[in-house]
Design a binder for this molecule. Structure first.
Ligand SMILES: NC(=O)c1ccc[n+]([C@@H]2O[C@H](COP(=O)([O-])OP(=O)(O)OC[C@H]3O[C@@H](n4cnc5c(N)ncnc54)[C@H](O)[C@@H]3O)[C@@H](O)[C@H]2O)c1
Length: 356
């Protein structure tokens, strides 16, 4: 396990609970936090730096839950040592870095997986079953969002530096929104994006999230990523997906994500406020000419426990897509940033990725 922030704790807890996994070592720069996590799970070996942990013989897999600029170097080094890798989202800062990780996995014949725990939520999985059962008919329009009033993961931390994070809320929380939206819609290909991004609040020092302390804060208050992104996406089946992602905006208090979907036979609305375990999920249909509304009570999902269980299964069967879905998401986010910078629609497939 590499990284002992919020994400690292989720991975460590999930591995510790898995009957077929032995948590063999932990790396992370914060000695006290690391020692506490190691003692909670009875792990003897814990070190500061990732390079030291990867030197250990006898490891089979490694989880990478560190700042995004370290995903690619750690993942590639681990794969080259013959380990299977579970990386946190987003897979990397850019599609090019992400592609290098996938190539390394293919070259090493090892599994590379990326943690998208939101699609494992009980409400999302239930909505997926509703859609797959045809209750909405053909979905043609969806709007999905993750918005916070003051939820910048600490001004001046690695999250607010473009160089370390690769982007702001679109890459951080928007990538979850994009992942669960495309999962629900049956993975349609996105053919074009038109985006706008803003940094008016974060760059003015507004919106740092209380209780969201992140590693590496310098006190310098660097903020050179967006604080809000909005994107209009065209889907290959003629449908439309709108995505909004923001860490800070003058809106109702708290944290909210969700999706509304309109289909030919019905509609759906999922709203999750303040990270509640089960969101509000409603289905709208027409019953014999009368408008009907059904409220569903889905079970809670298991988040990172499901992610880790899935990864272990992929390692056993040498299965999975080796990160190619995550690379596609990185390509889409990159196209959104280009669209915003150039004030134009960007067609996916037509334009070379940035920097190539
Ligand atoms: N899936 C989710 O819902 C979710 C939620 C939060 C964060 N994340 C992702 O998880 C990753 C980490 O985010 P976080 O919020 O836990 O960040 P964080 O800043 O709280 O923690 C980062 C950890 O990485 C460690 N680290 C940094 N450099 C290191 C090095 N050289 N060697 C060893 N350890 C090192 C730090 O010591 C720290 O423990 C990011 O990619 C983020 O996008 C995912």
């Amino acid at each position: 396990m590499i990284g002992v922030g919020w994400a690292g704790h989720q991975h460590a807890d999930a591995y510790a609970a898995h009957p077929d996994v032995e948590l063999a070592g932990i790396a992370g720069l914060e000695e006290g936090v690391r020692a506490q996590l190691a003692s909670r799970h009875g792990v003897e070996r814990h070190v500061a730096r990732w390079e030291e942990l990867l030197e250990d013989d006898g490891l089979d897999v490694v989880s990478v839950a560190v700042p995004t600029f370290l995903h690619a170097p750690i993942t590639v080094a681990a794969l080259e040592r013959g380990l299977h890798v579970l990386s946190e989202k987003p897979i990397a800062r850019t599609p090019e870095e992400a592609a290098r990780m996938v190539e390394a996995a293919r070259g090493a014949g090892r599994v590379l997986d990326v943690a998208f725990n939101h699609r494992q939520r009980g409400d999302i999985q239930t909505l997926k079953r509703v859609i797959d059962a045809g209750r909405l008919g053909t979905p043609y329009y969806a709007k999905a969002w993750w918005l916070r009033r003051t939820g910048i993961p600490t001004l001046g931390s690695w999250f607010t530096s473009a160089d370390k994070a690769g982007g702001g809320p679109l890459l951080d929380i928007g990538v979850h929104v994009l992942d669960y939206s495309l999962f629900l819609l049956g993975q349609p290909r996105i053919t074009a994006v038109s985006a706008s991004t803003y940094d008016l609040l974060g760059s003015a020092g507004f919106g740092s999230g209380p209780g969201m302390e992140k590693s590496g804060a310098t006190g310098a208050k660097t903020f050179d990523v967006e604080d809000l992104a909005t994107v209009f996406m065209r889907l290959e089946d003629g449908g439309t997906l709108l995505v909004e992602a923001s860490w800070a905006a003058h809106r109702t208090a708290g944290d909210e994500f969700g999706i509304t979907i309109y289909g030919t036979e019905g509609g759906a609305e999922l709203i999750v406020r303040d990270m509640e375990e089960i969101g509000s999920l409603r289905i709208f249909t027409d019953e014999a000419g009368v408008a009907a509304e059904t409220t569903l009570s889905p079970p809670a999902g298991t988040g990172h426990h499901a992610v880790v269980a899935d990864f272990v299964e992929k390692v056993r069967n040498r299965g999975g897509d080796n990160g190619s879905n995550a690379v596609e998401l990185a390509r889409i986010v990159d196209a959104c940033y280009r669209s915003a910078a150039e004030c134009r629609e960007v067609r996916l497939g037509d334009d070379p990725p940035a920097g190539s």
